[in-house]
Design a protein around this ligand. Structure first.
Ligand SMILES: [Mn+2]
Length: 384
């Protein structure tokens, strides 16, 4: 009797446990399928968001209508590393969007850019002789004087720049993205982000080179939070962390003027401007120290005179930059008496004149100090 009762009790517990297991399994199945369903819904929502993002950003290109023939992406004449990296990066973005885009340059690329491209395993962009009849995207400049020959007969479809608004006028609707950031490559990084499109490993390294070159490894006064974040993100993509060595080697490459004539050195990082009817050019030359800077200065007299003659400029300036400790100083030289008058009016009260040129306080860049001051002087004293 007792045994029978015990057996019945055991059976009861067993069937109770069985039910518990069944309920648990069902709960598990329902729970996990809800989770998976939610996840897949989240994923598809994400994909939809991405598609919307790309569609929204692509509007600006599609609104330009059918673009026939290739799109050439170019930076300025006397290409620097920002110009080179930016034309490569922006052409790559357009390619990823399905456009026939090609990076091009308007002259010999400098030794610093050459080093960066070698490191990134990227071929040098081809030279564009004449932009007449081409579809053009201008990066890192918006001045006619600095752009491709034949540009007035081209269709400019976009300008991506971080300088002041320049003289290029198109008369047609275009994409115009100008932001006062440290480099054009930073603006392009943000445009990739807006699209949600991934940057290639090699392109990422070239873009770091661009940002480092223009901001002097994120140290000069034009550097912004965006430039810093861009370098962080790009070095992750490039799988590249030894940025200090990279910068050191870029700098060494930039300072080696081996095999270059004085005039080529003057034109290495040279830009032309126009203000109040005055056409002028400024060549920036980097030197390792003050002594080298003074040696280069001696060689620039004849180089500036011949550059002025051959370019038809009213005046040219050589801006020689050299480091003392962590600071970068500028030695600013005029091509002639008239150019000296402009420097005297702009900088006479603040900088030291050594009988030949002006020695400045640290951190003076062509873009943020020299050009704005010369512009102010030329606007105040119109050229006759
Ligand atoms: Mn730039």
């Amino acid at each position: 009797m007792l045994n029978v009762e015990m057996k019945a009790e055991e059976n009861k517990t067993l069937s109770k446990n069985r039910w518990l297991v069944i309920v648990l399994i069902v709960a598990l199945i329902v729970g996990s399928s809800c989770y998976l369903l939610g996840k897949s819904q989240g994923a598809s929502k994400y994909i939809k968001e991405q598609e919307l993002n790309i569609a929204l950003n692509k509007c600006e290109l599609e609104a330009l209508g059918d673009i026939e023939g290739p799109i050439y992406v170019t930076g300025h004449k006397s290409p620097d590393t920002d110009t080179v990296g930016s034309c490569i990066a922006y052409a790559a973005l357009l390619q990823k969007l399905g456009y026939d885009a090609k990076p091009v340059v308007l002259g010999r690329i400098n030794n610093e850019s050459r080093y960066v491209l070698e490191k990134a395993n990227i071929e040098e962009p081809e030279l564009l002789e004449d932009a007449g009849g081409c579809n053009m995207v201008l990066v890192d400049h918006s001045e006619f004087e600095q752009s491709a020959d034949g540009l007035s007969d081209a269709t400019v479809i976009a300008i991506i720049d971080h300088h002041s608004d320049g003289s290029v006028k198109t008369g047609n609707r275009l994409i115009y993205d100008a932001r006062p950031l440290g480099s054009t490559a930073t603006i392009i990084w943000m445009r990739y982000r807006n699209y949600g499109i991934e940057i290639d490993k090699d392109t990422a390294l070239a873009m770091i080179g661009s940002i480092y070159s223009d901001t002097e490894a994120l140290s000069n006064d034009t550097t912004t939070f965006a430039d810093e974040e861009a370098v962080k993100a790009l070095s992750k993509i490039a799988g590249f962390s030894d940025l200090d060595t990279f910068w050191k080697e870029m700098h060494e490459a930039a300072l080696s003027y081996e095999g270059m004539t004085d005039e080529e050195i003057f034109h290495n990082d040279y830009k032309e401007y126009e203000c109040a009817g005055v056409h002028y050019g400024i060549g920036v030359i980097k030197a390792s120290d003050k002594e080298t800077a003074m040696d280069i200065a001696d060689r620039m007299d004849e180089a500036m005179a011949s550059a002025k003659r051959s370019s038809g400029m009213d005046m040219v300036f050589a801006q020689i930059r050299y480091d003392v400790g962590d600071n970068t100083y500028t030695y600013l030289l005029p091509s002639d008496e008239e150019a000296l008058e402009v420097l005297k009016a702009g900088f006479g009260d603040t900088w030291e004149f050594d009988g030949k040129g002006y020695l400045t306080s640290p951190g003076v860049s062509r873009k943020s100090v020299v050009v704005p001051v010369i512009t102010e002087v030329l606007n105040q004293f119109p050229h006759e």
